[in-house]
Design a protein around this ligand. Sequence first.
Ligand code: 5GP
Length: 199
Amino acid sequence: MNHDEKNIMVILSSPSGAGKTTITKKIQQKYQSFKISVSHTTRKPRPNEVDGVDYYFVSQEKFKKLIKEDKFYEYAKIFDNYYGTSKKSVDSTIKNNDIIFDIDWQGTKQLSKFKNLKLIKIYIVPPNKEELKKRLIKRNQDSPTEVERRFKAYDQDIKHWKDYDYVIINENLENCYKQIEKIILKNKNTEIISSQKVL
Ligand code: 5GP
């Protein structure tokens, strides 16, 4: 994977329901240079989700075919469904844009193996477990069984915070967003300055 030195790759991970998707969308709306990496998944679309925008929704069969053909930079099985980042979509995006990945800790580990990438890894934590449950229920996008499952995955997920460059507690969405914005701007500026020095 090669990319222009001035473009950065930001990974945002969190336990399900910590507010990551809202933050990701907010960054993209404010900074035109940022594009969200659209993953492939075998999960069924939620009522408000659009194919090709939120995910590329594919069958298990198709996903397994793509794995065999080595089409993914990373993929993982999460809550019984496959999720993956396709090489094609990243390679075309990173040429002219910064990129945000909304992926889990397993995908983060796999992307970290590409040593030539300028990755900024951010882990978002909900203020506490009860708050997370409230958010999962309030979101009202998953069945009660699915909510329970995602809630139970919290303990396993949170163990991986150490693999990240930054850990942010999402006590308040606006503050959390501002902290992430600061991290991004800091890294983006460093990149620009360092490439100017080379010139
Ligand atoms: P959801 O089903 O709520 O959209 O996503 C479930 C989890 O899958 C989230 O933690 C999300 O970050 C993760 N995820 C989404 N796309 C990818 C991907 O392409 N790769 C990996 N490893 N995780 C993903």
